[in-house]
Design a protein around this ligand. Structure first.
Ligand SMILES: NC(=O)c1ccc[n+]([C@@H]2O[C@H](COP(=O)([O-])OP(=O)(O)OC[C@H]3O[C@@H](n4cnc5c(N)ncnc54)[C@H](O)[C@@H]3O)[C@@H](O)[C@H]2O)c1
Length: 360
C-alpha cells in the first residue's frame, strides 16, 4: 500500500513495486510513485538486486527461481502446507520469514498478520450471512407486525469469531457463542453476546491458542452444541487449532435440524472445515440449509485487507533494520520464531521435521 511504501522509504530503503500490483486493491501505479516507489515492469526487474522482498502469498517455484540468492523474503508462507517451496527457498539461499509464525506477544501486535486478516474474515462472514439469509437480522416492529431478530451462533471466539459477533450484533441479531478457551467468555460477553456454557473442560494451548482436542472431547462437544445449532438461523464457525485439521463441530444431522433457509458460514473450510458438509470455495445446499465453505475471505475485501497487511509488513520490516541496513537480530523472539530458512538451512524445527518425514 502507498502509505506503507512511504514509511519504508523514510527508513532509508529504496522500494520497487511491480506494475499493477495494487490494482485489485484500487491503488494505481501513480499512487505508489507518489509515495516514493520505483515502478517496475515485471517480476525479474522488481526483485533484481533486492535485499528484501515482501509478498502476501508463498512464492511459486518460478518466482523462487527469480529471487536473488541471499535475499530476504517476508510473506504469509504457512510452511507446513508449502514444504516444496520451503525446500526451493533453502536451495536458492533465500532467508525466509513467515508472518503466520509470529508469537502472539504484545510487542508483535502491530505485525500480527493472522489477526489483521482474521478481522476481515470475521466481519465479512457476518455480512455474507446477513446477505444470504432470507430474513432480517434486526428486530422490526412494523405496521404489518413484529419481526423477531435473527439468531446467530458463533463457534470459536478468537479474532475472527469476535469480529463476526461484533458485526452480527451491529446488524441487530441475537448472538450466542462458544469457545474452548476460558478467556473467551469475557470477550464474548463484552460484545453483548451470550456465552454458551457447556459442561466440558477448557482446552487451553500455549500462546493464547486452543489446545489439541481428543475425538472424545469433540464428540461430547457435538452432543452438547446440537440443541443450540437447531435453533440458530445462522451458524458462523471459526474454530481452529494451529497446525492441525479444524475440529468437526457441526454434523449433517445438526444441519438438518436447523430452521428453513438457515445459513452456515464455515471460515475453517480451507483447513478441513468445522461442518461435516463444508467444501472449501463452494456453497453446499443440503435440504433447506446453505453451507458456505468460505475461501479467501480476506481477498474479497482487498482495500482494507491489504492496508492492514501492509502495516503488518512495514512494522515487521522495521524490526529488521539497524541504522538503515537489513540486520535481523536472531536473538529477538519475533525474528527467531518467524525465521523458516537462514543461510540455506531450514531453521524452523517443526518444518524441518516435516521435511524429514516427507523424505523418509
Ligand atoms: N496477545 C496478542 O497479541 C494476541 C494476538 C492475537 C490473538 N491472541 C490470542 O489468541 C487467541 C486465538 O487466536 P486466533 O483467533 O488466531 O485463533 P485460531 O484461529 O487458531 O482459532 C480460532 C478459535 O477457535 C477456537 N477453538 C478451537 N477449537 C475449538 C472447539 N472445538 N470449539 C470451539 N472453539 C474452538 C480457539 O480457541 C480460537 O479462539 C485470541 O483470541 C487471543 O486470545 C493474542
Amino acid at each position: 500500500m502507498p502509505d506503507a511504501v512511504k514509511k519504508v522509504v523514510s527508513s532509508g530503503a529504496e522500494v520497487a513495486v511491480q506494475q499493477g500490483a495494487g490494482a485489485e486493491a484500487y491503488f494505481s501505479d501513480a499512487d505508489y510513485r507518489e509515495s516514493g516507489a520505483l515502478i517496475t515492469a515485471d517480476l525479474a526487474s522488481t526483485v533484481e538486486g533486492a535485499g528484501a522482498i515482501a509478498k502476501v502469498q508463498p512464492p511459486t517455484s518460478d518466482e523462487v527461481a527469480a529471487l536473488p540468492a541471499g535475499a530476504t523474503l517476508i510473506s504469509l508462507l504457512q510452511p507446513a502446507s508449502h514444504l516444496e517451496v520451503v525446500k526451493a527457498l533453502a536451495d536458492r539461499g533465500v532467508d525466509t520469514f513467515s508472518l503466520d509464525l509470529l508469537p502472539r506477544i504484545s510487542r508483535a501486535q502491530s505485525m500480527d498478520a493472522l489477526s489483521s486478516q482474521a478481522t476481515v474474515q470475521g466481519y465479512k462472514a457476518a455480512i455474507m450471512a446477513a446477505d444470504m439469509l432470507p430474513r432480517f437480522f434486526p428486530m422490526f416492529m412494523t405496521a404489518a407486525g413484529t419481526i423477531p431478530p435473527a439468531k446467530v451462533l458463533v463457534l470459536g471466539a478468537g479474532v475472527a469469531g469476535l469480529q463476526a459477533i461484533a458485526t452480527a450484533r451491529r446488524l441487530g441479531a441475537v448472538v450466542k457463542a462458544y469457545d474452548v478457551r476460558t478467556a473467551s467468555r469475557q470477550e464474548v460477553e463484552s460484545l453483548g453476546a451470550t456465552f454458551i456454557e457447556l459442561d466440558l473442560e477448557a482446552q487451553e494451548g500455549s500462546g493464547g491458542y486452543a489446545g489439541a482436542q481428543t475425538e472424545e472431547f469433540l464428540a461430547a462437544q457435538r452432543d452438547l452444541i446440537g440443541s443450540h445449532v437447531a435453533v440458530s438461523d445462522v451458524v458462523i464457525t471459526t474454530a481452529a487449532i494451529p497446525g492441525r485439521r479444524a475440529p468437526m463441530l457441526v454434523t449433517t444431522q445438526m444441519v438438518e435440524s436447523m430452521p428453513n433457509g438457515s445459513v452456515i458460514i464455515d471460515i475453517a473450510a480451507e483447513s478441513g472445515g468445522n461442518c461435516e458438509l463444508s467444501q472449501a470455495g463452494k456453497d453446499v445446499v443440503h435440504g433447506h440449509v446453505t453451507i458456505r465453505g468460505a475461501q479467501d475471505l480476506a481477498s474479497s475485501m482487498p482495500t482494507h485487507a491489504s492496508s492492514l497487511y501492509a502495516r503488518n509488513i512495514s512494522a515487521y520490516f522495521a524490526t529488521m533494520l539497524r541504522d538503515g541496513e537489513l540486520a535481523p537480530d536472531f536473538d529477538d523472539e519475533i525474528i527467531s520464531a518467524t525465521c523458516v530458512v537462514r543461510s540455506g538451512q531450514v531453521v524452523h524445527s517443526a518444518t524441518r521435521e516435516l521435511l524429514k518425514e516427507n523424505e523418509a
